[in-house]
Structures are given as C-alpha cells and as structure tokens.
Design a protein. Structure first.
Length: 403
C-alpha cells in the first residue's frame, strides 16, 4: 500500500516539473492550418527542386557542348539552392506546429496541476508513515475504517489520472525530439544553402561575362531596352514593345539566306515566298515558378486599385533564389519604376515571361537562358515576386502551364 502511494506520488511530482523550453522559430503562422499548408507546400517544392536538380545534373554530365553544359550546371545549382530554401521553410513550419502543440500540452498540464498539488503532498506524507501508526492517532475505529475506505477509492482515481499524465509526458518527450530534429534539419539546410549560393554566384558571374563577350551587340541592345523602359508609359507598354521587337527578330531569323548566283541567269526561277511562322499554342517547355514560396495573389484577382492581376504573386524568403521560368532570351534586365528590378524573358513563338521584385540581377540583355537558370535574388526582407506569362501580348494564367 505504502509503495503504491509513493509510486503514484512520484509520478505526479515528476509531471509537476513541467516541459522543456520551446525552440525559437520565426513567427508567421496565424493558425495550425496555415502552418500545415505551408509545410505541405514547402515539402512539395523541396521534392520538385530535388527532382529538377537531379535531372539538370544528369543533363550537364551528358552534354558535350560547353555552353549547354554550363547552362545546365548553373540551373542545377540554382535548383539545389531552392531545394535548401524549401527545406528551411519546411523545418520552420514543422517547428511551428510542434511548438504550438507543446504550448497546448503545457497549458493542459498546468490546469491539471493545481488540484493534484495538495493530493500529491498528502500522499507523499502518508507514504513516509506506516498505515499501522494511523490507528494510534486520536479518533475512533470508525474514523479509521472511513479513512481507509476513502484511500481505497482515491488511489484508483489517482492512478487513472496519472495514467493520462504519463501519456501526456510521453507525448511531450516525442514533441521535444521532433523539435530537435526540425532544428537540425534547418541548420543542415542553412549550411547547404550558404555553400551552394556561393558556388552559384561565382558560376553565374562567369556565365554573364561569357555571354557579354559572345554577343558583340549586347551593349547596344541593352541601351535600346533602357530607352524603351524610359519611354514606356507603364510596364504593359514596355512588355508590348519588347514583344513586338522580339516578333520582328523571329521573323527576320526565319527568312531564307542569300541565294548563290546561278551559272545560267536565264534558267533562274523565283523562289517560293517564305512561309509565315506558325503560331504555337504550347508554352515554353518545362515551365516553372521562379521562386519557392506560397502564392499570395492569384491570376485575375482584384487589386486594391480595382485592376485585375495579370499574373501571380509569390511570397519570397529573404535573399531567395529567383530563376528563369522557362528557356528563352533576356529582353530586359534592370530596374523599373515601382517594381524593383525586373526581368523579361522572350520565349519561342510569341510567349513572354515577366518576373518582378528582384533585388540583384545575374543576367544581362541578350543572354540565352534555360528553364531554371539563375536570374538573381529576392530582397533582404520578405517580399513578393510576381510572374506574368503572355502569349501574343495577352496575359494567361502561369499555373495552367506549369510542368
């Protein structure tokens, strides 16, 4: 009897010690549903980035052309950077969920603590005094029998309640392990992010210098793009003028080259008229989102001004890696009023992508990029990166064309 009361009192006293301190994690989740949604999105983006990185690394290993190999290697490294960023976001969401559950458990234990404190003290005192000595205390035998009956009815109840405490304490220990694992995942991803980002910066700088050296007229084209940006009334007009210039360039590239003079001029025949370029309905191959993050504004949603969104907006982590959504040619890369630094990518057959909200740029006008090539970084503070996709000048929903 004494041993049972002592064991019960020990269990309750152990529960009264409380829980370990909660691990710190940046705020940003108002409800558990928000944290669970963010966790699901981050894990999916982590899987997607890992798959892209593996595919691009294989393409770089198979390629024998130096330029193609370098593009694939840079895009693979950018995918690994985004994989680490998504891993950090997933660890933070998991840590937020764990901490929220631990706080709820601590609150529940605190509510149970008050009514059991006095009972615990009484049981501990009784466990140190043999039950036989209770007969020597003042009172009748009837009181002794009554006290024994009360104890016999109380101890099963205490055992039942301490069983729930034991379950809660086991859950608290498992939550502590989960929190430590989430913190370890975040630290590992932060280390990988720093290493891969430094490698990517050096590789992107090399590619930009090579592209500038290879394109003799890149400087003049960049100057023309800058003039267009200053003359354009708004961003829509700038994109429209660049699309017109890109369409003209594509038509000129499709014209047949000069024909050699025939030996017999009298036998010369007029060549057939050049065929018009077919208008393709398929978007750029392997189209993807430019940054890892949750969508904060969808295509066609009404803005505060009443205008409809021409694209989508994504929440970007500080200094997040931003990549080209599809293969193409850089038509514009630079600051534009009210949008930070922007990049306009010309894809084949009249498709154009516009990415805004960059803090730094790793590309130049005239440079050829592949899907996933690094474009630059997001600002040091959390912000939004927007993506617009246009076909023949008309905005379309980018989410409908993701691969």
């Amino acid at each position: 009897m004494n041993r049972s009361r002592a064991a019960i009192a020990g269990l309750v006293a152990a529960a009264l010690l409380g829980l370990p301190a909660l691990a710190q994690v940046p705020a940003g989740f108002d409800t558990p549903e928000d944290a669970r949604d963010a966790l699901a999105v981050a894990r999916q983006q982590q899987r997607n980035a890992r798959a892209r990185g593996e595919r691009l690394e294989q393409e770089a290993a198979r390629s024998r052309e130096t330029a193609t190999k370098a593009k694939a290697a840079a895009a693979a490294l950018a995918a690994r950077v985004q994989q680490a960023e998504a891993g950090i976001a997933a660890a933070e969401a998991q840590l937020a969920l764990t901490n929220r559950e631990r706080r709820a458990l601590a609150s529940k234990l605190a509510e149970r603590r008050k009514p059991l404190v006095r009972l615990t003290g009484a049981l501990q005192a009784m466990s140190r005094r043999p039950l036989a000595l209770s007969a020597l205390q003042p009172g009748s035998l009837r009181d002794l029998v009554y006290t024994r009956a009360v104890l016999d009815s109380t101890i099963p109840l205490v055992r039942q309640r301490t069983a729930a405490w034991r379950s809660d304490l086991d859950r608290a220990r498992s939550l502590e392990v989960a929190a430590r694992e989430a913190l370890a995942d975040r630290r590992d991803n932060e280390v990988a992010l720093r290493q891969r980002r430094s490698q990517l910066v050096a590789l992107a700088e090399q590619e930009r210098l090579k592209a500038k050296q290879a394109a003799g007229g890149a400087d003049r084209e960049a100057e023309r793009a800058l003039v267009l940006s200053e003359e354009a009334r708004d961003l829509d007009q700038l994109v429209g003028r660049l699309e017109a210039a890109g369409a003209l360039r594509e038509r000129l590239a499709a014209l047949p080259g000069p024909m050699p003079r025939p030996a017999d001029p009298t036998a010369a025949r007029l060549s057939a008229a050049p065929q018009p370029i077919p208008s393709a309905t398929e978007p750029p191959a392997r189209y993807q989102l430019p940054v890892a993050g949750a969508i904060t504004a969808g295509f066609g949603e009404a803005e505060a001004s009443g205008l409809r969104q021409a694209g989508i907006a994504l929440a970007a982590r500080p200094r997040a890696q931003i990549v080209a959504p599809g293969a193409g040619r850089i038509a514009f890369a630079g600051p534009y009023r009210g949008y930070g630094r922007i990049v306009i990518v010309e894809h084949a057959h009249g498709w154009t992508s516009l990415v805004t909200g960059l803090a730094t740029l790793d590309v130049a006008v005239g440079q050829q990029v592949t899907a996933g090539s690094p474009l630059g970084l997001a600002p040091a503070q959390r912000g939004e990166v927007t993506l617009e996709l246009r076909q023949g000048g008309e905005p379309v929903n980018p989410l409908d064309h993701l691969r």
